[in-house]
Design a binder for this molecule. Structure first.
Ligand code: TYD
Length: 206
């Protein structure tokens, strides 16, 4: 029986998820919750191996469909080994990305048929749906600039602007389709402002 709380955080690359996840963890812990932090692709040994395979720059010839299925395979193991057991034992799980990433990146970004993404992922998530999802909404141009400032220039990321724009539009569409679950947060604001908006939502739900 599921008793915990499942929170996912989504956004384009450079939207500031990591900082907000840390702040959410502190907030939930200070309210007396047991918190499990995880990320996708990854979160288990097998899923991290799949992550290395997908994100290895040498593997340029992975087809969009193969990529989508590998993300789903990593997810299936993650749900089975980490997410479900943690929720069953009443813990709060905060996951950096989940199935919405596959709709945005593989579906809207790479053009994999959205119904196929949905069908494959329905099997992978085994009935697990986030209680709340925070979409950190930032114009992808701004996000890339912010990332370049902190991690140095990344020519490839700049070249992939069209792709990031499609991913971003995908997220926005999903947020409109599922307004009860997906909360859009203006991620161009300061760290403190973003965090207090997230805390308001969390206070409502816990
Ligand atoms: P990562 O370096 O963790 O990026 P970020 O810090 O932005 O989350 O790499 C994860 C990459 O995997 C990121 O570019 C998004 C992508 N991804 C998908 O394309 N589909 C998915 O289902 C998931 C979970 C991630």
């Amino acid at each position: 029986m599921r008793k915990g709380l499942f929170i996912t955080v989504e956004g384009t690359d450079g939207s500031g998820k990591t900082t907000q996840i840390k702040l959410m963890e502190e907030f939930l812990k200070s309210a007396g919750n047991e918190v499990v932090l995880s990320r996708e692709p990854g979160g288990t040994q097998i899923s991290e191996m799949i992550r290395d395979l997908i994100l290895d720059p040498k593997n340029t010839d992975i087809s969009p469909l193969t990529e989508m299925m590998l993300y789903a395979a990593a997810r299936a193991q993650h749900v089975f080994q980490v997410i479900k057991p943690a929720l069953d034992s009443g813990k709060c799980v905060i996951c950096d990305r989940f199935v919405d990433s596959s709709f945005a990146y593989q579906g809207c970004g790479r053009g994999v048929d959205l119904k196929t993404v949905a069908d494959v992922n329905r099997a992978a998530v085994d009935g697990i749906v986030p209680d709340i999802t925070f979409f950190l909404d930032i114009d992808p141009h701004l996000a890339i600039q912010r990332r370049i400032k902190t991690t140095g220039a990344d020519r490839i990321e700049q070249e992939k602007m069209d792709f990031h724009t499609r991913v971003y539009e995908g997220y926005r569409k999903m947020a409109l389709l599922y307004p009860d679950r997906i909360k859009t947060i203006d991620a161009s604001k300061s760290i403190e402002e973003i965090s207090s908006q997230i805390k308001l939502y969390l206070t409502e739900i816990i």
